[in-house]
Design a protein around this ligand. Structure first.
Ligand code: ADE
Ligand code: ZN
Length: 337
């Protein structure tokens, strides 16, 4: 299959939820394997339900879908399928959210979630050369005590977790609710990120930066309502992990053509492109690049800048970052000969 330069380029994906990569076919197969009953009998019925007015509507379906994940093997299969699919989009580095709170309340052992997903990353490193790892996600509508229990349960995996992240319903759940949890994670040596400014106000981005002291912002597109914040993000080169198809599907922007990705890039922000929950939103990372490029008229230089930003923003050692940036540069010049 012929790929355009942006599709063929080596890339990093920094914002993907493993549970959100559950394809309808796998969801049905796992429901059968685990004897979980779901109100859909085929993949088309599931796909027909992927029509959302907002984040909350999506989250309800996403949480319901997760109920088919029960065993370590399920988490291995889920993460393996994502990594194999990402490899086809030339993802060479992936940082993926996993959400223990979506599973442990149903009796799934914490170890099954983490060991399954980590084993898939390990195998993908050998099979595909993909580097990366897990972002431990916290549900922001759940309590601080619950978040602390998640972080405590994760201590045995301390050295195999890349970062702490915050996800779930944003409005009414400000980042400051988790200040103490982020302090604990910082002491554990984890990188820090958080969803902010997806549906929520620019103030939540400011809180994530000043109170949680995150290194990246997931989404962050609502920063545009505060010009001083836009200047700050550009000056400090705080990466935004933007997910264009997600934002269009969840009506953060009325249409993909209305997305502010290009304006933010032109304002000097370190924007990256990612898939969030690909089967739910109509595409993996390459589809996000190609559809956003077409809808917004991104130039090839702008595409290259976004690809570069992915490696600049990755939670990796600078030696590996330099290697990936060199590989991107040579692949890009070769593909444009
Ligand atoms: N969990 C999965 N996708 C999400 C999103 N786009 N926003 C918040 N939480 C999520
Ligand atoms: Zn997300």
């Amino acid at each position: 299959m012929h790929q355009s330069p942006v599709e063929a380029a080596p890339k990093a994906e920094l914002h993907i939820h493993l549970e959100g990569s559950l394809e309808p076919d796998m969801l049905l197969a796992l429901a059968q394997r685990n004897g979980v009953s779901i109100p859909y009998s085929n993949a088309d019925e599931l796909r027909a339900a992927y029509d959302f007015a907002n984040l909350q509507e999506f989250l309800e379906l996403y949480w319901a879908g997760q109920s088919v994940l029960r065993t370590e093997r399920d988490f291995y299969d889920l993460a393996h399928a994502y990594l194999a699919r990402a490899h086809r989009d030339n993802v060479v580095h992936a940082e993926a959210y996993i959400l223990p709170q979506g599973h442990t309340p149903r009796g799934v052992p914490f170890a099954a979630v983490l060991d399954g997903a980590l084993a898939a990353f390990e195998d993908a490193r050998h099979a595909f050369g993909i580097t990366g790892g897990l972002i431990l996600g916290l549900n922001r509508h759940e309590s601080e005590a619950d978040a602390l229990a998640v972080v405590d349960s994760a201590r045995p995996w301390r050295d195999r977790i890349l970062a702490l992240g915050l996800e779930g319903p944003e409005k009414g759940n400000p980042p400051s609710k988790f200040t103490r949890i982020y302090d604990v994670a910082r002491d554990l040596g984890w990188h820090l990120t958080a969803h902010a400014g997806e549906e929520g106000p620019p103030e939540y981005i400011i809180e994530a930066l000043d109170v949680l002291r995150v290194e990246r912002i997931d989404h962050g597109v609502r920063c545009e309502q505060d010009p001083a914040l836009v200047r700050r993000l550009a000056e400090a080169q705080v990466p935004l992990t933007v997910c264009p198809l997600s934002n269009a599907m969840l009506k953060v922007f009325p249409r993909l053509e209305d997305h502010n990705l290009r304006r933010l890039l032109q304002a000097g922000l370190c924007v990256t492109v990612n898939s969030d929950d690909p089967p739910y939103f109509g595409g993996y990372v390459n589809a996000n690049y190609t559809k956003a490029s077409a809808a917004l008229g991104l130039t090839v230089d702008e595409q290259y800048q976004i690809l570069r930003n992915g490696f600049v923003a990755a939670f990796i050692h600078d030696d590996l970052r330099s290697r990936y940036l060199r590989e991107l540069e040579s692949a890009w010049s070769a593909s444009r000969q």
